[in-house]
Design a protein. Structure first.
Lengths: 101, 136
């Protein structure tokens, strides 16, 4: 399982406001939007996996209870992480919106 | 963080397999025929684990998986029962050698190991929740 979408190095590389880091992360540079979409997709994949696992468990498939519960838990954690990031983004947007010009 | 969940889960699966082996050994403690119906006393099963590097993290932490299920090298117990239909020419019947004490100790260790791994999962979950508080 990887949540590389939110690892610190790629975040630093993606943010234009980090002088001195440019040389190191030149090839790893990707827009923040891509980063966000990628982690969103990962969260979605995990939800789908959890759904599949639960289905298999309930229909008497080959699924193992521990594995199913872990899939559900992982989906839950990554979803909550995504919600936190979304909250933070919305908060930043509100701040900018409230700037008086 | 999520990879430690996977590692703990691999341990849960492995320990459950061990408990399955104990269940099988105790269930078959007086089984005298094999799956084909031939006279062959049951041999205790032993579950062997190995490290599983499909779950390897960047820091070298690895999961666990079942390497193999081996059968006991112990010879069957011979009991003198001359009238038993499966008795040999000397009147002995070969009964499986299942060491009940060892099996129950195994079951206990497997259960405790399972609990320990569930504990690790809970800690991981708590750590994840705490981490989210940074952003909140």
């Amino acid at each position: 399982m990887n949540v590389s979408g939110v690892n610190l190095q790629s975040l630093a590389a993606a943010s234009p406001a980090s002088p001195g880091q440019k040389a190191a992360g030149a090839e790893a540079q990707q827009p923040f939007k891509d980063l966000l979409l990628k982690s969103l997709n990962e969260v979605n994949d995990m939800q789908v996996n959890a759904d599949k696992a639960v289905n298999e468990l309930l229909t008497g498939g080959e699924a193992n209870m521990a594995e199913v519960f872990t899939a559900v838990q992982k989906a839950d954690i990554s979803f909550r992480m995504m919600m936190q990031i979304r909250n933070k983004l919305v908060q930043a947007y509100q701040e900018v919106k409230d700037i008086r010009i | 963080m999520l990879s430690s969940l996977d590692i703990s889960t691999s341990a849960l699966v492995a320990q459950r397999t061990r408990l399955d082996a104990v269940a099988s050994n105790i269930a078959n403690m007086s089984t005298l025929r094999d799956e084909n119906g031939d006279p062959q006393p049951y041999e205790s099963r032993f579950v062997i684990f190995q490290t599983d590097d499909t779950l390897k993290t960047r820091n070298g932490a690895v999961g666990v998986k079942v390497a193999s299920v081996e059968t006991s090298k112990h010879k069957p117990n011979l009991r003198h029962e001359p009238n038993h239909p499966l008795a040999d020419e000397n009147g002995y019947v070969a009964y499986p050698h299942v060491n009940m004490t060892a099996e129950f100790v195994n079951a206990l260790t497997a259960t405790r190991a399972y609990e320990a791994n569930v504990g690790v999962i809970e800690t991981t979950k708590a750590m994840g929740a705490q981490t989210l508080r940074i952003l909140a």
